[in-house]
Design a protein around this ligand. Structure first.
Ligand code: S3P
Length: 441
């Protein structure tokens, strides 16, 4: 276990970053690996697992449903699959912590069970919208109540769900995945249509577990009643965690900064394109993968400091960079000229209202900006002021503003950083190793 994270950071201004290192395992993939393995027949061996609080909450929830999970090392997991009908009723509400992915995907797992269950979470998760998953699941026959659209989620298990055809109103991998998970045990065919591509880890991984699924013209379809078979999974390092160092490198790597074994699934790497559009010097060195098109592609990524130019973000890249936008906004704040992002209203319903959180932080650092209903306009400047940033308990806001210190003229203090352990245990050590002058207070 890594040391518990401090509540506050002080990051001294300036400095450079360099070195070769990796970051912890992918959060999205680790959640899915646990859940699919639990529903499979036989054992699944997972390496590269993210031992972050979000995924540990999912592991605890599955254990409370009777799944035996062994963790011989922090990042290595054996799941003893129970089969689709093998889960047992929990004796208490399942606490998903800070994890939106954990809660929404578990709704898909729990809706078709023969028992009732309740999902709860921390203060941030209890504020997040859940009807986006509950409503289509009800159309499949599920019986789910939310509290004015938010958790607690009360599920009356309904073993005979029916497959549906559903068009997602917004690109959301969580909603898509919850419906596919419910569809696995529903009668007939479930078809989910996406308005724009969202991360496809569930689709790739289902195939690894032996499920037949088709993906054509933005429609993902599967037949209910298929058996999942235990397998082995190697989780790549999380691109979303690497993102903080990609931006750090673009701002302050005089010699190349190299990140190794990073997942580069094209549904996740919008930030690479955005930084390249800004003129950043980035090289992606693909690593060979073994298991064909189901495998998650992996690469080493090298980045160096160079002049960045403000851009208008193409809207198609927003869902492909959704979790990386907080740190992208820091790159924009350091770029020459103006950067303009629209179509990102989803950022308002993440672990915090990330548009408001970034706007408040940029204001503190003296960066001219305009907060829009669905985006931000940012005028870059060569150097930021220092000051106090409230992360609002949001891991990605905390890490993004730690990176901002590389271009600040005075220390940046960041409050409420303990949730960094939800996605990036060991961030402090990693950041210091790279060259950030970060002290836990
Ligand atoms: C995730 C999907 C995205 C992303 C989240 C993880 C996933 O959320 O923001 O951090 O693992 O499926 P939405 O599905 O709400 O877009």
């Amino acid at each position: 276990m890594s040391a518990p994270l401090a509540r506050r950071w002080r990051v001294l201004p300036g400095g450079t970053v360099s070195g070769t290192f990796t970051v912890p395992g992918d959060k999205s993939i680790s959640h899915r690996a646990l859940m699919l393995a639990a529903l499979a027949e036989g054992q699944t061996h997972i390496t590269g697992f993210l031992a972050g609080e979000d995924c540990l909450a999912t592991a605890r929830a599955l254990a409370a449903l009777g799944v035996r999970i062994e963790r011989p090392a922090a990042t290595e997991v054996w799941v003893h699959g129970q089969g689709a009908a093998g889960l047992s009723a929990p004796t208490q509400p399942l606490d998903m912590g800070n994890a939106g992915t954990g809660m929404r995907l578990m709704m898909g797992v729990l809706a078709p069970q023969p028992f009732d269950s309740t999902l709860i979470g921390d203060a941030s998760l209890m504020r997040r919208p859940m009807e986006r998953v509950a409503a289509p699941l009800r159309r499949m026959g599920a019986r789910i109540t939310t509290q004015e659209g938010r958790p607690p989620i009360r599920i009356q298990g309904t073993p005979q769900l029916n497959g549906i055809e559903y068009t997602l109103p917004v690109a959301s991998a969580q909603v898509k995945s919850a419906l596919l998970l419910a569809g696995l045990s529903a009668r007939g065919r479930t078809a989910v249509s996406e308005p724009a591509p969202s991360r496809d880890h569930t689709e790739r991984m289902l195939r690894n577990f032996g499920v037949q699924l088709s993906q054509r013209d933005g429609v993902i379809e599967l037949e209910g009643g298929q058996t999942l078979h235990g397998t082995t999974l190697a989780v790549p390092a999380d691109f979303s965690s690497a993102a903080f160092f990609l931006v750090a490198g673009a701002l302050a790597a005089e010699r190349a900064l190299r990140l190794t074994n990073i997942g580069i699934n094209p549904t996740r790497t919008g930030l690479l394109e955005l930084l390249q559009l800004m003129g950043a010097e980035i090289r992606v060195l693909a690593r060979p993968t073994t298991s064909g098109h189901n495998a998650e592609p992996v690469a080493d990524i090298e980045v160096r400091r160079g002049p960045l130019q403000g851009i208008t973000v193409p809207e198609r890249l927003v869902p492909l960079a959704i979790d990386e936008l907080p740190v992208f906004f820091i790159a924009a704040a350091a770029a020459h000229g103006e950067t303009f992002v629209r179509g990102a209203a989803e950022l308002r319903v993440k672990e915090s209202d990330r548009l408001a959180a970034v706007a408040a932080g940029l204001g503190m650092l003296g960066v001219e900006h305009e907060l829009l209903a669905d985006g931000l306009r940012i005028r870059g400047r060569p150097e930021f002021a220092g000051g106090h940033i409230d992360s609002l308990g949001d891991h990605r806001i905390a890490m993004a503003f730690a990176v901002a210190a590389l271009r600040a003229s005075a220390p940046i203090e960041i409050d409420d950083v303990s949730n960094v352990s939800t996605s990036f245990p060991g961030f402090e050590e990693c950041a210091r190793r790279a060259g950030l002058r970060l002290t836990a207070l």
